[in-house]
Structure formats: C-alpha cells, structure tokens
Design a protein around this ligand. Structure first.
Ligand SMILES: Nc1ncnc2c1ncn2[C@@H]1O[C@H](COP(=O)(O)OP(=O)(O)OP(=O)(O)O)[C@@H](O)[C@H]1O
Ligand SMILES: [Mg+2]
Length: 229
C-alpha cells in the first residue's frame, strides 16, 4: 500500500529525514515511536504531500506521489494523495461547522459528491463511530474522545486506503486509548492500512503489527521489532 524509498528532507542545513525506507502492506498497522525532533511528523507530512521531500520515492498503492525526488503533474500528485487520510494531533476540526458538516465538506469539494450522497455516507460513518446522536453538535460541544472520533470520521469520509495518525492519543484521557486502539484495529481488519505516530508505548504495543523507531532522521527496520499477537 505504501512504499517509501530513500526519502530525504532538509529544512535549510538541518537534514531531518536521512534516507528513510518504509513499507506498509494492505491492512497492516505500522507504528512509529521515537524521541522528539526525530522527524516523525515531517515524514507523515511528506507522505501526505503537505511537505515536499528533496529526494527519494513515495509510492501509494501503485501511484507515485514522488519518484526519485521528482514530483510529476499536479493531477498525479492529487491522485496519489486522494488515497490517504490524515488525522492531526489536535484534530483540526472546522469549529464553525456541525459534526455532520465537518464530514461532508471534503467529499463534496474533493470527490464532487452530491449533498445527499455525502450526507448518507457521513451518517453511516458517524453511526459506526457511535456518534449518531451528535450530527448537529458543534466541535466545542464535544468531549476530547468524541472530537477524536469526528476527526477520524472526517478522514474516513474520503475513503482512504491508508490512514495516518499523528499522536492519536495525546489529547485523550488515558482510559480512552484502548477505545482508539480497538477502532483502529477494526478499520484495519477491513483492509485499511494504518501509519501511526505515538509516544505512548502501551498504545503502540496494543495496536501495532509492526513497530518502528525513528531517531535523528533514521527509521529502524521494523523486522527488528515485530509484535506477536
Ligand atoms: N517547517 C519547518 N521548518 C523548519 N524546521 C522544521 C520544520 N518542521 C520541522 N522542522 C524541524 O525538523 C525536525 C523534526 O521535526 P518533527 O516535527 O518531524 O519531529 P517529531 O519527531 O515529530 O517530534 P515530536 O515527537 O516532538 O512531535 C526538528 O528539528 C524541527 O525543528
Ligand atoms: Mg511530531
């Protein structure tokens, strides 16, 4: 699902990604842990096309976001990005939109879905996430765990094949991390691939098929640490 080869990225003289290689298979849950400043968020931002890399390749499904440091046409770039969902650390929900509106905005704008179609899918997702009674609520009326689920729902509404999470549990009550782990597992069971960054080792071992460690711009081979379940 995701293949990264020799990915490099510098900010000025600071080389933040020093030739990262990573492969995530269909339905696999890969978790990256590692010290602050190691380059984890930068890697996730490169995969999502929010940051452009300097060298290396990012292949999503069978589409190249970037090949040997070259970004091709805007169309190809957007095509490759379309299969990835990203859940931000602080959720980044649209504060002036209801829960339902948060989920239908992108499908209408990006996937050109009709209002009716987008609403139907959003209602299905929200009910699956246990938020069927919160459609008309606004983000400020929700708990942290509920906001987290809306953020996941918003990413799911775009039908991603790969979901990326940056610190999905950092804003949550410790008691809720098991719930997030279960949700991520149930999505992966349906074939969705997951790439998760976390500092929470307990959460990491609960959810991961493979754990990678990222330190100073280098990712350690996941075979080194395969979780047995
Ligand atoms: N937009 C940017 N401009 C300049 N430097 C940046 C930028 N984004 C990140 N960096 C630098 O890149 C390095 C890696 O940052 P990154 O956010 O990827 O680390 P991280 O592993 O996610 O850390 P944390 O665990 O604290 O979230 C840091 O030295 C940071 O200062
Ligand atoms: Mg980070």
């Amino acid at each position: 699902m995701l293949k990264i080869k020799n990915l490099r990225k510098s900010f000025g003289k600071n080389e933040v990604l020093k030739g990262v290689n990573l492969e995530v298979k269909n339905g696999e849950i890969a978790v990256i842990v590692g010290p602050s400043g190691g380059g984890k968020t930068t890697l996730l931002r490169c995969i999502n096309g929010l940051e452009l890399c300097d060298n290396g390749s990012i292949e999503i499904g069978n589409k190249y976001l970037c090949e040997n440091g070259n970004y091709k046409s805007k169309e190809e770039f957007n095509e490759a990005r379309r299969d990835i969902g990203l859940v931000f650390q602080n959720f980044n929900l649209f504060p002036h939109m209801s829960v339902l509106e948060n989920l239908i905005e992108a499908p209408k704008r990006v996937l050109k879905k009709s209002d009716e179609e987008a609403k139907k899918k959003a209602e299905e997702i929200l009910s699956f996430l246990g938020l069927g009674d919160k459609l008309e609520s606004y983000p400020h009326e929700l708990s942290g765990g509920q906001k987290q689920r809306v953020a996941i729902g918003r990413a799911l509404a775009l039908n991603p094949k790969l979901m990326c999470f940056d610190e999905p549990t950092s804003a949550l009550d410790p008691g809720l991390t098991g719930e997030v782990a279960n949700l991520i597992r149930s999505l992966a069971k349906d074939g969705m691939s997951m790439l998760i960054i976390t500092h929470d080792m307990d959460f990491a071992t609960k959810v991961a098929d493979k754990i990678y460690s990222m330190n100073n711009g280098t990712l350690l081979d996941g075979n080194f640490y395969t979780v047995s379940k």
